[in-house]
Design a protein around this ligand. Structure first.
Ligand code: TEU
Length: 545
């Protein structure tokens, strides 16, 4: 495998509206991010994935872009952005921009033009039909909105304020390529491509995901923008199987560096109600899915590793224990993920073990997906009761990840001097960055150690390139695996349960590299009888003899 700089990189996702507000308007901003670069440098991440900061009416928090080459005034301006890129670069941190290429905002100049008349040159930048078909919007309701002025329907896979671009029109690709090249000139390190698996759609055949034009479009994009530039690119692909992921990330095909697959992230979703009614967590199924992805590539693809992002609930609340074992289970999930092969992504607040939130009222939430799904499932179809839906919100809603970052125990957790756009999680006096930094056993320092192990230890090559093999595949509590590279073997052992358990391996320990419990190493040296405490996580170096 040809080594790439991003194989050993760790990415940190910033959701700008909720990260740090320097202006006091209640919204995080770019200068706020600049003020926290020292913190991110201390964590030792390499790349910041910046969720959208472009001009936007914020119907979907910036995933509805009105101008790809302007910064929304809530977040600052282009000078702030350039300063962020430069200040980050001085700390060897690259900026990964979020490209939303499937759709724009209905406030984008292209769409405003397109709405003028059927003859407008921008009309074909979007998708229009006289009659809607049966395709539904991912946010609920039909994917079609009637435009009274021109008497046709336009297509939108997300909110009606997010019209889909028509990628069958070569002018769309051309404009997008110019825009991307402009961002590359500004010095960014790479891109995350939002719902990229939707751009090859064939509406009239009812195909939205993985359409026939998808890979040719990406190859053109690569050639026009990414080739020979040492950028990192990651596609968001909800519909990827390992075979499909290879099409994107096989270096020989020149498309993307890697993709986010969501098989593990939707493993407990209900067949009918999806995330609004989750099913019991099944560890054996999770092990199966993740080890399938770990062993799918042999240099012809690369994994993106993540538990969290701005669309997913907090992992410590989801499959860990965010009460009695919060710190320990947060460290466990970190160990499990960072021990695997691929590029790890950390979502803001994950590194201090931030948890899901429980607001009383639906109105306390902001997310358009919550509102439109409520409208569809509770009000219109009446397939879920209000209480059932609220339970779904508490386990799975996107706002769980979007409450403001908890910096300290002062007013508004040090996030803002003003009125935050979304309420804070009331647990911020207990869970915050200041506390974490003052405690050498905090979740933060566990993440820091994992990053250090990957990037600058004698185990780096094994952490990055080691071959993965799952152990104890059928064990109902323990997730254990080996990573092997040349003569070196690492063993990762995690007890994902509230019960202690004893397991046995036929290996000899050379060293205990990481333990999320404060314990004398001698207590865990004997692998033929290894007693694991609830949520205990360990990484061993094994003897090669
Ligand atoms: O997400 C894609 C997407 O499909 C999500 O909306 C997902 O289905 C949902 O959260 C799970 O229930 C991307 C962005 O990450 C998301 O924030 C945007 O809302 C969406 O695209 C539209 O741009």
């Amino acid at each position: 495998m040809i080594k790439q700089w991003w194989h050993s990189a760790v990415v940190y996702q910033v959701y700008p509206r909720s990260f740090c507000d320097s202006s006091g308007d209640g919204n995080g901003d770019i200068r706020g991010i600049i003020s926290k670069l020292d913190y991110l440098e201390k964590l030792a991440i390499d790349v910041i994935w910046l969720s959208p900061v472009y001009l936007s009416p914020m119907k979907d928090n910036g995933y509805d872009i009105a101008d790809y080459q302007a910064i929304d005034p809530r977040f600052g301006n282009l000078d702030d952005m350039r300063e962020l890129i430069n200040s980050a670069r001085q700390r060897n941190i690259g900026i990964m921009m979020d490209l939303v290429l499937n759709h724009t905002s209905d406030q984008h100049a292209w769409f405003k033009q397109a709405q003028q008349s059927r003859q407008n040159p921008y009309r074909e930048y979007y998708i229009w039909r006289d009659q809607p078909n049966e395709i539904a919007s991912i946010f609920g309701g039909p994917a079609w909105q009637f435009d009274a002025n021109t008497q046709q329907y336009y297509f939108h896979l997300f909110a009606d304020a997010q019209p889909d671009l028509n990628w069958e029109n070569p002018n769309v690709a051309k404009e997008i390529q110019q825009m991307i090249s402009w961002w590359i000139e500004q010095g960014v390190a790479g891109f995350r491509l939002d719902v990229i698996d939707l751009i090859g759609k064939q509406i009239d055949q009812g195909i939205t995901e993985n359409g026939p034009h998808l890979h040719p479009l990406l190859q053109n994009l690569h050639q026009a923008c990414f080739a020979n530039k040492q950028l990192v690119t990651v596609g968001e692909t909800w519909g990827a199987t390992p075979e499909i992921a290879k099409l994107y990330s096989d270096p020989a095909r020149q498309e993307l560096s890697m993709v986010f697959q969501f098989e593990h992230a939707s493993i407990d979703w209900h067949p009918q109600y999806g995330k609004w009614q989750v099913q019991n967590f099944d560890l054996v199924a999770l092990k199966k899915v993740l080890s399938k992805w770990q062993t799918a590539f042999n240099g012809d693809g690369w994994n993106a590793l993540f538990w969290n992002n701005h669309d997913l609930p907090r992992i410590v609340s989801r499959w860990g224990n965010d009460q009695q074992y919060r710190r320990r289970s947060a460290k466990l999930f970190a160990t499990l993920l960072h021990g695997m092969q691929g590029t790890p992504y950390i979502y803001q607040g994950e590194e201090i073990g931030m948890t899901n939130v429980r607001f009383e009222q639906l109105d306390d939430y902001d997310d358009i997906e919550i509102k439109s799904s409520y409208q569809e499932k509770v009000v219109e179809q009446q397939s879920l009761s209000h209480q059932q839906f609220m339970r779904g919100v508490y386990t799975s809603a996107r706002d769980n990840a979007r409450t403001p970052m908890q910096w300290d125990s002062s007013n508004n957790a040090g996030f803002s001097q003003g009125q935050p756009w979304l309420a804070l999680n009331p647990n911020y006096p207990e869970i915050n960055v200041e506390k974490a930094l003052n405690d050498q056993h905090s979740v933060f320092y566990h993440y820091q150690q994992l990053i250090q192990l990957r990037k600058s230890s004698k185990y780096s090559d094994t952490m990055i390139y080691g071959k993965f093999s799952l152990l104890l595949a059928e064990h109902k509590q323990v997730f254990a695996y080996l990573r092997q590279h040349n003569a070196q073997s690492l063993l990762v052992v995690c007890n994902l349960s509230e019960q202690a358990t004893t397991i046995s391996f036929d290996y000899e320990v050379d060293d205990v590299i990481l333990n999320n419990l404060q314990q004398n190493s001698l207590q865990v040296m004997q692998l033929e009888q290894l007693n694991l405490a609830p949520y205990q996580a360990l990484i061993y170096a094994l003897s090669s003899s």
